[in-house]
Design a protein around this ligand. Structure first.
Ligand code: GPW
Length: 812
């Protein structure tokens, strides 16, 4: 039963037989979870052969493979995407319907696999889907956290965090591979043994040994028979050590290692356990790559022809030193040769210019936890300084060296130890070259490049939005399902009223689906014909959810105090988690919730405006929100959002973007043209001018704009109930602390841009054309293209023609 060959009758028989085998139950009596388990087991066993073949073919054909190291992966649910990619979705849906079962009820049994915080982790998972779908030889390497990202609840409008026990009912997709376990060493000290022939052999004395056990999950490619591997590591107490005396504390420390995902997005706290996690999955991953390579009868010197290692942000930057350690200490390679290989094998992606996210570890911590790794980093640093001395000026060397001021700069290690450093959107990559990493750009201009992010369009359109997908099939055929750029065929219908109508109906169906979901989750009934205005992303000051709120309050006061009556009804939908320790972000959540309540309880405004802040934003929730969005809020302060990816998902689903010229918004504008997006606000160079001249005075905007003053005052004058402290905190951030993210500066431009949005929406003919043009031009943001560029420019890997079947045979 290979991928793509499956008929309804055969499926039903297999399914019912397996249900009996597993649970000795009839389909009428089975619970949804039993049905889910049975279907999942059947799916997994059906791709198992392809998985094994994919794996052995790469070896057999001596293909170079990439290993994508990421401390986060955020796949969400896997059942439906596996069905889609296997070519089974329609058949299974129909077969289950025959048995009286709704597939969507079954897939809802699967907990989201939420081993990531936001964009960075989701990007890694979009890449896994695309790498498999392009038939590229690639694997993921990460951590199998016992608890995923916390579950968010609102109590009295405040965020409360609850544990996310995603493994409580088991995990269908993973395979524990006991036999591939490796040992990872921590603590202790290094003794350098000098042998008679003068060679020095480092010995790690008195280490704490942790056993790393891999759990593999198949990453099923789209209708091409490719099934790659996502390998996630769990920490266990080594068997051989179990008999030895170990304190409860030590045993607990080992088990805690992979227990929780750090919930801070774009912020580094320098915690010891986090550093342990980083080294743990780096060492386990690199050891297993080398161990596997050694089964190949190839010379170690040629390793770079078979292996590429990608460092996703700096969290896995110790790959550089660990790889060196294994080549030096285990393979007895010379420093020069080992270094040469390391730089060829490694590549690095930077995801932010924000300094609080740049990892720096104290020398003390790194040295005590990883004495050998620290020695190697010291030596890399020493040689770097030596190599550059006399070539470039001393200050430049001091600014770029790895160890300085008692800190180990992980981005420096990643850049110096790799052949490629890329940013994630054009603007971001330019800023890396000209500002943030300018010093490194002077040293290594050829290493810098851009790879604009992309998204798994199969998940975000084919799976999440069947209504729109059907309209597309009927209008432009089905080739867009495997060649995203074929969405462009829709441009032929940009003026076609009949197509507009169908797009409108698809959007309306999705809005009704979301409205029903909101009613069920919150008890709030929203106006299904209002503009659905969506901001979904982590809660962070630079993303400026606050600016959105200022606009909502402006509308509120226009209705309440200025008697405006012609406001187009809007539903403002938020989804956002705040890091548990991020006080300010939590205050914003509280205030948005209180404003929402105030509006909802006020009959004068509640038919025109509403705020829905959905709890526990996740991949699965995004799949319900995004298809229903009319407006996409991408309003970060220019230069701060490296790329953004929800901007791409919303555009793909026909939302109109209101945006600053930041991250990938710029490329979205280039794709759709100025008439089909609403741009406002400071540009990146204006922001930098303000920094240089230090001449921003937030207060002057507050004073000069009465509407703005009214809104800002409402945080402290009692207009909004229950926000005494939070309101004051926000008020002070804007006025006392001079508004770090230029919210007041961009306010007027934003309110005007929102008027433009409203005007465009009121002209449905124009709006539908804009929406169509957005869908038609979203193909370029498919991660399929992004990973192909990584493959060609950075990893130097390629797909064998047979594993690209879906594209080459135009297979649908
Ligand atoms: F700070 N991003 C994220 F750069 O989701 F490490 N978490 C993070 O910790 C970081 C970045 C880090 C995001 C960026 O904010 C977003 O702009 C980008 O689209 C995404 O990474 C994927 O590149």
């Amino acid at each position: 039963m290979g991928v793509t060959t499956m008929n309804k009758t055969a499926f039903k028989k297999k399914f019912l037989d397996l249900l009996t085998e597993k649970f000795a139950i009839s389909v009428e009596d089975a619970s949804l979870f039993e049905i889910y388990t049975t279907l999942g087991t059947l799916i997994r066993s059906s791709y198992a052969k392809d998985w094994r073949h994919t794996w052995s073919n790469y070896d057999h054909e001596q293909q170079k493979q990439v290993y994508y190291f990421s401390i986060e992966f955020l796949p969400g649910r896997m059942m439906k995407s596996n069905l889609l990619n296997m070519g089974w979705l329609d058949t299974v849906q129909a077969a289950l319907a025959d048995l009286g079962i709704q597939l969507d009820d079954v897939v809802a049994q699967e907990p989201d696999m939420a081993l990531g915080n936001g964009g960075l982790g989701r990007l890694a998972s979009c890449f896994m889907d695309s790498i498999a779908s392009e038939g590229l030889p690639g694997n993921g390497n990460g951590i199998r956290y016992k608890y995923g990202l916390f579950k968010q609840k609102f109590i009295d409008g405040y965020q409360v965090e609850l544990p996310n026990e995603w493994l409580a009912r088991g995990n269908l997709w993973e395979v524990r591979r006991e036999s591939k376990s490796v040992d990872v060493y921590f603590n202790g000290y290094v003794r350098l043994n000098k042998l008679d022939d003068g060679t020095i052999v480092p010995v790690h004395e008195d280490p704490t040994i942790v056993r790393a056990v891999p759990y593999d999950t198949g990453m099923v490619g789209f209708r091409n028979g490719t099934v790659n591997t996502l390998r996630l590591w769990d920490a266990e107490i080594p068997l051989s050590e179990e008999s030895l005396y170990r304190s409860i504390e030590q045993r607990r420390a080992i088990q805690d290692l992979t227990s929780v995902l750090y919930p801070d997005d774009s912020n580094e706290e320098g915690r010891r356990l986090r550093l342990m996690q980083e080294y743990f999955f780096v060492s386990a991953g690199v050891q297993s790559i080398l161990r596997h390579f050694k089964t190949k009868q190839q010379k170690m010197q040629n390793l770079d022809e078979f292996v590429a290692i990608h460092i996703n942000d700096t969290h896995p930057a110790m790959c550089v030193a660990e790889f060196m350690r294994l080549l030096l200490d285990e393979e007895k390679m010379s420093w020069e040769r080992a270094w040469n290989l390391t730089v060829k094998v490694m590549s690095y992606t930077n995801h932010t210019i924000m300094s609080e996210a740049l990892e720096k570890w104290s020398v003390e911590m790194l040295q005590s936890m990883q004495p050998r790794i620290y020695q190697i980093i010291e030596e890399i640093d020493r040689r770097f300084v030596e190599e550059m001395t006399g070539v470039v000026d001393w200050e430049l060397i001091q600014r770029t060296r790895i160890i300085s001021d008692g800190l180990v700069h992980m981005a420096h290690l990643a850049i110096i130890g790799s052949h490629s450093t890329n940013g994630v959107a054009k603007l971001h990559s330019d800023l890396l070259k000209t500002v943030v990493l300018h010093d490194f750009y002077r040293l290594y201009p050829d290493r810098f490049n851009n790879k604009t992010n992309g998204i798994a369009e199969r998940r975000w359109l084919q799976l999440a939005n069947p209504s729109l997908s059907t309209v597309l099939d009927k209008t432009i055929g089905q080739t867009w399902r495997y060649e995203a750029n074929d969405l462009h065929l829709l441009m032929n219908y940009s003026e076609d009223k009949a197509v507009h109508k169908q797009l409108q109906q698809a959007k309306q169906a999705n809005k009704e689906r979301l409205a029903a979901f909101i009613l069920q989750e919150t008890g709030v009934r929203i106006n299904e014909h209002a503009i659905f205005d969506v901001q979904i992303k982590r809660l962070h000051a630079y993303k400026r959810q606050l600016l959105n709120l200022l606009h909502i309050l402006t509308l509120y006061f226009e209705i309440k105090e200025e008697g405006f009556t012609d406001i187009q009804p809007r539903v403002f939908i938020f989804g956002a988690k705040a890091a548990p320790s991020y006080h300010y972000a939590k205050s914003i959540i509280k205030v948005i919730n209180e404003v929402g309540k105030m509006i909802q309880e006020d009959p004068e405004v509640s038919d025109k405006l509403s705020i829905v802040f959905l709890e526990d934003y996740s991949v699965s929730l995004a799949e319900v929100i995004i298809p229903a969005a009319d407006v996409s809020e991408q309003i970060s302060l220019a230069s701060k959002e490296a790329s953004g990816t929800s901007n791409m998902k919303l555009m793909l689903n026909g939302a109109i973007t209101i945006a600053t010229l930041d991250g990938a918004n710029i490329e979205i504008r280039d794709a759709v043209g100025d008439e089909n997006i609403v741009i406002f606000g400071l540009t990146e160079s204006q922001v930098y001018d303000y920094y240089e001249q230090a001449n921003y005075h937030a207060y002057s905007y507050y004073e000069a704009l009465p509407k703005l003053k009214r809104v800002v005052d409402s945080f402290v004058d009692g207009t909004i109930a229950n926000i005494y402290q939070e309101g004051k905190e926000i008020f002070d951030s804007l006025l006392t602390y001079n508004d770090e993210f230029f919210v007041l500066r961009d306010y007027e431009a934003y309110v005007n841009a929102q008027k433009e949005i409203e005007k465009a929406y009121q002209n449905q003919e124009r709006w539908l054309k804009m929406s169509l043009i957005n869908v038609a031009n979203a193909g370029r943001f498919s991660a399929d293209y992004t990973v192909m560029k990584y493959a060609e420019d950075i990893w130097q890997i390629e797909a064998k023609p047979k594993s690209r079947k879906a594209k080459d045979e135009k297979y649908v």
